[in-house]
Design a protein. Sequence first.
Length: 417
Amino acid sequence: MGLSCRIHRGAHEIGGNCIELESGGARIVLDLGRPITAAEGTDVPLPPVRGFDGNDPSLLGVVLSHPHPDHYGLMSKLAPSVPIFMGEAASRILAEAAFFTPGGLATAPRGYLRHRVPFDLGPFRITPFLNDHSAFDAYSLLVEADGRRLFYTGDIRAHGRKARLFEELLRRPPDRVDVLLMEGTHVRADSDGRARGPSERDVEAACADTFASTRGMALALYSAQNIDRLVTMYRAALRTGRDLIIDLYTAAIAAATGLASIPQAGWPRVRVFLPNAQKAKVLRHRAFARTDAVRDRRIYADELRDRRDQLVMTFRASMANELAATGCLDDAVAVWSMWPGYLREPSGVALEATFEAHGIPMHIHHASGHAFIPDLQRLVGAIAPERVVPIHSFAGDRFAAFFPRVAQQADGAWWDT
């Protein structure tokens, strides 16, 4: 008996997480991500887990911690009979994303995660803990079986708009944790253990400064699924007397959160622009209910041009030519608000070349979706696990320099919790 664990992916890389747990012959999987290092368009095979094809009933289900591709990106390869579990808002967000991007997920979950509400799968009791992350509806997961307890942080931080959840976790941690399976994105070969980066509120202030000094349109490049960043852009726009323009994709994701407190199409200072690529998709799929839902909030190229010094535009690279043709980009400034590493990829290099061709300067204002080492140290202190096992890090061998009782594990090998 006992509770055994096998990390298929993630023990020695950032992303592509896949964790298999076994107790009494029954198994569950936590996350099934596409490795962040996999080149775009590359076919990534499923990890060697029995039952992903639907032919082994000992696999009781896959539990998704949060809706980022490096945690759910291979779920579309599962047999339809394999039960999946995730947050309800996360499910709606991924279903909306499936219309707009190849990276969505329209599979209906078997059940939903609720903050601190446990549920049972065979011998496993799973308790989700809503956490602070750049993905909406993200959870850490406590898994109990046969008297053993493993706490998987998922991706977590303490400097976003939901930082109170991190502090709540420190005040009310799960007790008697045998293994803390902890992300360590900021544990790196050169980490000194003290460095921190900007918070979400720092990003808001930096964006407001840039917007205020911009003569033309402020172009905001951020993930539509980063709801914290949508709120940041909206607040920064209002601080500088500008309206926020979102595209149809962002409008759909905001509505999918189910929260009236999230900026969305019906708000007075929010308008919706339909770029040509999204218009074509609506026409191709005859999805006119999507445009009908925002009809009264639409904004068109002429108004964008005439009011460009009053607007913050949610921007995609594919929009550059159509906006430039109408003069909307005169005196524009761009704000990149995603991981800067994406700018080193071919699409990022092409984007910077586009901005250079149009004479558009670009600023980087971004807050990480991952906890800094001092916050992870607070987490380890609050939970006081018997062992800390690294995951979601390129430098798991450095965990012992910052945390006690570290037990690094190899990908693909079973170990007892």
